[in-house]
Ligand binder design. Structure first.
Ligand code: FES
Ligand SMILES: [Fe+2]
Length: 443
């Protein structure tokens, strides 16, 4: 049907613009699920979400309901959340503990934590001489084709072939290294639970916004100004002459103006991944930070410590499903639900072995900037919804990604924005280039 209406999808993506149907056509959405989300490496969760044997956590990969489960041997499997008998969903709760094995609530088939069939009630009497039994893999819970864990972050791919997780992540792997290295123990653990937000807009609109360095000083200016006013008043009253650091997280939206955002840079990698350099509060000198620095120097030595805290990134986008702000241990996972409905899971992490005050800092950022309770998030959401509404109309056919087009610098297999062009739409161009490559496969 799609092929009849849109015979050549490649005509929908040009280097500096994209047809609106890419965001609004339900058949294109289905194809995206097949060719992108159900093929590439998708983030399932962090291993600390399932610390004990039998712990499971459900997750949507493309259109497939999956679950991540830890076995008695410590290994994590990712399985389809479906009983091979008559298709019953195995786990109806979002998370929990399956006990020593999974037991289907319908006819009591049981399965090991890795999905293999364990028993069927009176199985021998009922199934002797049939095709059904332990020797038939169709009687096992189906497993994700590939599962890999990088520093505790678990990914699954529903395709047998394709690049390894490390090859897929490429340079964007810095998101996980930067996050974990900032812990004196080199590890993070998830803070249960996450915020879940359903956006009434296409999934790509969220991802394109993540490294849109122009929008913060426009969209978030009102919040930034209000926070800045309070920050100045508090600073006047404070003995130290400074307001708490968390005010800065919001006031920066007003004080970092458009021209300053141009000083940052985006570096765009294969597969649509992208890094935004620069970090607004990289090396504060308050007592909490200094105490943390001491612990880190003890753990790593001065030289390695300087390397770790000197990593100059604000944001890493891992296409098509992750937005990571590693210096503050924030991660947002994108789960498309429909052409105009997108679930985002908003997580944050604790640096193992770091002082509580450093954790409170990521919690503050989580609540003030990324949570649904903040005006920052609300203002973004309103624009996402309005963008989707506009794109669904016949008021124009194209979406423009022309900012600083033609001035990107290509080198060593990646694309950098030029000097003082941090607000370039290069990240969106990079994402759509990857999209077109994925969607062109299998034609
Ligand atoms: S559907 Fe699961 S045991 Fe029958
Ligand atoms: Fe924003």
């Amino acid at each position: 049907m799609l092929a009849e209406r849109i015979p050549d999808l490649s005509k929908f993506v040009e280097p500096d613009r994209v047809r609106r149907e890419v965001y609004t056509d339900a058949d294109i959405f289905e194809l995206e699920m097949q060719r992108i989300h159900e093929r590439v490496w998708i983030y399932c969760g962090h291993e600390s979400q399932v610390p004990k044997a039998g712990d499971y956590y459900t997750v949507q990969v493309g259109r497939q309901p999956m679950l991540m489960v830890r076995g008695a041997d410590g290994r994590i499997s990712v399985l389809y959340n479906r009983c091979p008998h008559r298709g019953n969903m195995m786990c109806g709760d979002r998370s929990g503990n399956a006990g020593e094995f999974f037991r289907c609530s319908y006819h009591a088939w049981t399965f090991k934590h890795d999905g293999r069939l364990r028993s069927i009630p009176m199985g021998d009497a009922a199934y002797a001489g049939t095709r059904w039994g332990k020797n038939n893999p169709d009687c096992d819970m189906k497993r994700a084709s590939r599962v890999e864990n990088y520093r505790g972050f678990v990914f699954a791919s529903l395709a047998h072939d394709g690049p390894s997780l490390k090859d897929f992540l490429g340079k964007s792997i810095v998101a996980f290294d930067d996050m974990c290295d900032r812990s004196p123990e080199g590890e993070v653990e998830v803070v249960p639970n996450c915020f879940r937000v359903i956006q009434h807009s296409n999934w790509k609109i969220f991802l394109e916004n993540q490294l849109d360095a122009l929008h913060p000083s426009v969209v978030h200016q009102s919040t930034g100004r209000a926070a800045h006013d309070v920050e100045k008043r508090l600073a006047k009253k404070a003995k130290s002459g400074e307001a708490p650091l968390s005010y800065h997280m919001l006031s920066a939206f007003a004080t970092v103006t458009i021209d300053k955002w141009d000083n940052f840079q985006t570096i765009n990698y294969p597969y649509g991944h992208c890094v935004l350099t620069g970090y607004m509060g990289l090396r504060p000198q308050d007592p909490d930070t200094l105490a943390y620095d001491k612990i880190m120097i003890k753990a790593y030595g001065k030289k390695r410590f300087e390397e770790i805290v000197g990593v100059n990134i604000h944001h890493v986008l891992i296409y098509p499903g992750l937005s990571v702000q590693s210096p503050l241990q924030q991660l947002r996972a994108v789960r498309p639900l429909g052409v105009d409905r997108t679930l985002t899971e908003i997580w944050h992490f604790r640096l193992k072995g770091a002082p509580e005050a450093i954790y409170r800092r990521s919690l503050a950022y989580y609540n003030l900037v990324n949570s649904p309770a903040t005006l920052i998030n609300a203002d973004d959401l309103e624009n996402f919804w309005k963008c989707h509404q506009g794109l669904a109309s016949e008021g124009g056919d194209w979406v423009s990604f022309g900012r600083h087009f033609g001035r990107d610098i290509e080198k060593d297999g990646h694309v950098e924005t030029g000097p003082n062009m941090g607000t370039s739409e290069a990240p969106m161009r990079g994402q759509m280039k990857a999209w077109a490559q994925y969607m062109g496969n299998g034609k």
